[in-house]
Ligand binder design. Structure first.
Ligand code: NAD
Ligand code: 3PG
Length: 393
């Protein structure tokens, strides 16, 4: 353990119950940490900030990591953790609310009621006369298209099946676990276009990456039926919002439900916009904060990597007091060079694990005696080594 507590810089509001998992004495957690060992963040834009060289890890208390310069951090050997599924139920419930609000015209109906005057008979008459303007449709038997079948998309698909909807799902990179978790009634689509042509409700649950920017755009919005409802709880940028507004104006689309409002869409009568509320429930905030606090603690104290978006999962039970954690490029002969350096220093390897993911690899080595600064410097100097940490217990 280091001779001082780990400093954790907290950006955004992170649930207290999560922060409490970082015990004082071992961790100093706050908004004013000068040379932090790690950053805990939700949606704050880290692209706009210079990340101090002291930072060993970033933890995103949520799902999306497009606010974090993951590629630059990988090049520094810094893992970026997130909380897969920690807020998925919260998003699912808001998607259901969005579908119901659109299908039953609840926002204009509520505005109509709020604007009524009077009491008694005249009020009752105004209510009964007015309601026909807001008659809607039921969800049961309608088709929902889900684009992106990860943690959120799978829950949305499952809930829709339980509501009696037909579900058409599209995800070219669906994981085996996600596929197993889906109800057998979910039909598989071969493309975004197939979903847009066949569904009346379309809900997006993909990350914002270059391949998903404007996934829904002027060209494919034309495939929708005029009564369709498009729901974007993914990210601003996944839908070409200008094209969505044009589709609403041209009555090619009935409602656009969006969790990422911006000036262009705020006032449109057929937009139901929420202030990025998808993950804002007590339960989701607690779940995400707890997940990332635990992951961060395990990483800082033992080098364990669980749920990093840029590194493999690496865990190794501790059997010796002396551990070295090395992030390196996934190129030949890294393990050979690291073991040679250890052998040259007369250290016996007690246990070792090396795993890779894409361009990145990570090695945990437990040795049978203490490691000195010179050996750590030698390992650091190996071409391809990105970061080296000594973690004596
Ligand atoms: N509104 C909110 O508050 C809120 C909350 C949670 C997540 N999100 C957003 O939703 C996204 C998804 O969250 P999640 O927890 O389900 O993530 P996830 O990683 O579990 O799932 C994402 C899925 O999208 C799939 N995908 C990637 N590219 C695709 C493409 N081109 N077409 C179809 N599928 C594609 C992946 O294979 C994966 O299965 C997040 O990245 C985030 O941007 C928003
Ligand atoms: O990607 C996510 O997890 C959501 O967009 C939630 O973001 P938030 O934590 O800032 O609410």
């Amino acid at each position: 353990m280091p001779d001082r507590p780990f400093g954790i810089l907290v950006l955004n509001s992170i649930s207290r119950s999560g922060l409490d998992r970082l015990p004082p004495g071992s961790f100093v957690v706050g908004k004013d940490i000068a040379e932090p060992d790690a950053i805990l963040v939700r949606s704050a834009d880290l692209h706009a900030m210079s990340i101090p060289s002291s930072v060993l890890a970033i933890a995103r208390a949520g799902a999306g990591t497009n606010n974090i310069p993951v590629k630059d951090l990988s090049a520094r050997g810094v893992p970026v953790f997130n909380a897969p599924g920690g807020n998925a139920n919260a998003v699912k419930e808001l998607v259901l609310a969005g579908m119901l609000m659109a299908a039953r015209n609840l926002a204009p109906a509520q505005r109509f009621v709020a604007g009524l005057q009077g009491a008694g008979g005249p009020l009752e008459k105004a209510i009964e006369d007015g309601k026909k303007a807001f008659a809607g449709a039921e969800l049961a038997n309608q088709t929902l298209g889900v684009i992106g079948l990860g943690k959120v998309g799978c829950l949305v698909a499952d809930a829709a099946i339980k509501l009696g909807m037909q579900v058409l799902g599209y995800d070219p990179e669906i994981t085996v676990d996600a596929a197993w978790s889906l109800p057998s009634q979910v039909k598989r689509a071969a493309s975004v276009n197939e979903v847009l042509k066949n569904a009346t409700f379309v809900s997006l649950h993909v990350p914002l990456v270059p391949a998903t920017r404007h996934l829904v755009n002027a060209d494919n919005l034309r495939l929708l039926k005029p009564e369709s409802v498009l729901l974007n709880f993914s990210r601003e940028g996944v839908v070409d919002d200008g094209a969505a507004l044009q589709a609403l104006d041209a009555q090619q689309l009935a409602w656009y439900v969006c969790d990422f409002p911006h000036p262009g869409i705020l006032a449109h009568a057929k937009v139901l916009a929420f202030p990025h509320l998808g993950a804002s429930t007590r339960e989701a905030e607690d779940n995400c904060a707890a997940m990332v606090a635990d992951q961060l603690r395990e990483f800082l104290e033992h080098g364990t990597i669980r749920n990093a978006v840029n590194f493999p999962q690496v865990e190794m039970g501790r059997e010796s007091r002396w551990r070295v954690a090395i992030a390196n490029a996934n190129v030949p002969n890294m393990v050979g060079q690291i073991s040679t350096a250890l052998a040259r220093a007369g250290l016996n390897i007690h246990n070792m694990v090396n795993k890779s993911r894409g361009d990145m690899a990570y090695t945990l080595v437990d040795v049978d005696s203490a490691v000195n600064a010179q050996l750590l410097a030698e390992i650091r100097a190996i071409a391809g080594v990105l970061s080296v940490r000594y973690l004596p217990a």
